[in-house]
Design a protein around this ligand. Structure first.
Ligand code: HEC
Ligand code: HEC
Ligand code: HEC
Length: 422
């Protein structure tokens, strides 16, 4: 081949490549519409439930801010971004979005004007929702009070501040069609799968992420760290040393205290309060489906050690601190225990877990007052207990719950969580 021909061929390939890249990274705008409103009460009710099932308000409402008006900061390894206003305000919200534009955002992560949205918005999961649910959610969103509010600018690090790059991320992680029921499974199991994998986007917190923030497909539901908390593995919940049954899970998932396990705290609390708004069958369906998730990893917890013959000085200090600071609520004679038949702390997931992370987080942050039962409140102890005291309480509780498996990473975990507090 002549030199010119080769250069010509390379140039042609280059141009096609650049053209392809531009095509990949470009999406058209969808024409604006006038804020459509529907009077179909049933569609509005269905839509409200879809919006609860999808936790839209958990992310799109900032503390003290108007419902769905956005502005909540989300801290990611690639910078901080703010949720947007999804009220029907025509200027600052989605009031000019047609259903087509909304559906494209939910399934492909592209805004009405054509810009790519960051995958912190869990469209990889919403993509699996039915067209009917997306349409109902749209009808409901168009009915809420329009609020004029624009979230602060994002602070994404280079190169992720260049949105078109998200198109390459999508190439890797955005696939799959709306979920179809599996014919060999019950309607309840299928409903649970739909809620968990579609709107509930449970695996986005409960699965380990790879370095570019995609869920590791081979490790779905194997547990991960989210905002400094452990989102435990959701596999094998029905077996193991401290098994869950359906009734306990339903209670947990709907913001109540599960017999023998305790209640949701941290990032799981708002999720459970959303599920509590759904019909009871939905919570049961979610529970059934996750009880069916089998373990895929064969990691066994570290081999048990013989318990110490006598409690250490640290555990004794912990016991007396517990009496002073915690026993009024968690002690065996406390009204919370006797009247509401709550589990001893030693039986809760926080104390039984392989990592002391959620115990530390719960004690530091407490459990905020919420729409759950008012007795579900616990004060935070971040200002009250120093690290020595907190570690002593943790050692004492772990001794009570799992004496043969002491935490080896207690001090390290405590330090790293305190460092993040600053
Ligand atoms: C885990 C947090 C999270 C949840 C849950 C969530 N979103 Fe979002 N959403 C975001 C973030 C962050 C953005 C902004 C992304 C960006 O700027 O690239 C966003 C953007 C959007 C947009 C684009 C709006 C615009 O003006 O560009 C729409 C529409 C949207 N979300 C709808 C929803 C709906 C409907 C639900 C519930 C079914 C939902 N979101 C749940 C985080 C979330
Ligand atoms: C925003 C992140 C997030 C989302 C989304 C999320 N979870 Fe969680 N989940 C957590 C965290 C964190 C914990 C630990 C809370 C605690 O210890 O109090 C948790 C705890 C749990 C537990 C208790 C497990 C145990 O062993 O104690 C169950 C069950 C659970 N989640 C189920 C679900 C289901 C089902 C969904 C989807 C409908 C879901 N989660 C969505 C973060 C999340
Ligand atoms: C004013 C009452 C109150 C006090 C004081 C209190 N707690 Fe709590 N705590 C609660 C409530 C309510 C819950 C949520 C219900 C549940 O999980 O049983 C809770 C939950 C917890 C959990 C999570 C259990 C789970 O479900 O996984 C831990 C761990 C915990 N408390 C530890 C402590 C420790 C340690 C102290 C003392 C430093 C303390 N609490 C003091 C009321 C209290």
């Amino acid at each position: 081949m002549k030199r010119q021909t080769i250069i010509g061929a390379i140039l042609a390939i280059g141009i096609v490549g650049i053209g392809f890249a531009f095509w990949m990274m470009w999406r058209p705008a969808i024409a604006p519409v006038n804020h459509p409103q529907s009077a179909d009460r049933e569609a509005l009710d269905r839509g409200r439930r879809v919006v609860e099932a999808g936790d839209c308000a958990v992310c799109h409402t900032r503390p003290g801010g108007a419902y769905l008006a956005g502005g909540l900061p989300l801290v990611t390894p690639f910078g901080t971004l703010f949720t947007t206003n999804i009220t029907p305000d025509p200027e600052s919200g989605i009031g000019q979005w047609s259903l087509d534009a909304f559906e494209r955002a939910m399934r492909e992560g592209v805004a009405r004007d054509g810009h790519f949205l960051y995958p912190a918005f869990p469209y990889v999961h919403y993509r699996k929702m039915s067209a009917a649910d997306i349409a109902d959610a749209y009808t409901f969103l168009m009915s809420v009070d329009p609020v004029n509010y624009t979230a602060p600018d994002n602070h994404m690090v280079f190169p992720m501040n260049f949105r078109p790059l998200v198109s390459f991320w999508n190439l890797l992680f955005l696939h799959g069609d709306p979920l179809e029921p599996l014919p060999d499974r019950s309607a309840q199991w299928n409903r649970g799968r739909y809620l968990v994998e579609g709107p509930g986007h449970c695996s986005s917190c409960h699965s380990p992420l790879n370095v570019i923030g995609g869920e590791k497909s081979s490790e779905l539901f194997n547990g991960a760290i989210v905002d400094g908390w452990t989102a435990p593995a959701l596999r094998g919940l029905a077996d193991g040393p401290h098994p869950w049954n359906e009734a306990q899970l339903v209670a947990y998932l709907t913001g109540e205290v599960a017999e023998g396990h305790g209640g949701a705290a941290g990032p799981m609390l708002p999720v459970s309060l959303s599920i509590a708004q759904l019909p009871a069958e939905d919570a049961h369906a979610i529970a059934r489906y996750i009880l069916d998730l089998k373990k895929t990893s064969t990691d066994e917890p570290s081999a048990p050690r013989a318990p110490a013959a006598a409690p250490s000085a640290q555990a004794l200090l912990g016991a007396s601190l517990f009496e002073g600071a915690c026993a009024s609520c968690h002690g065996s004679g406390a009204p919370m225990r006797t009247l509401e038949s709550r589990p001893a702390l030693a039986q809760t997931s926080a104390v039984m877990a392989d990592s002391p992370r959620n115990l530390i987080q719960t004690v530091l942050q407490g459990i905020p007052m919420s729409t759950a039962a008012s007795s579900h409140y616990m004060p935070g102890f971040a200002q009250v207990l120093d690290d020595t005291h907190l570690a002593a309480i943790a050692v004492y509780l772990r001794n009570e719950g799992a004496a043969t498996r002491p935490w080896t990473d207690l001090d390290k975990t405590l330090k790293s969580i305190r460092a993040q507090e600053q």
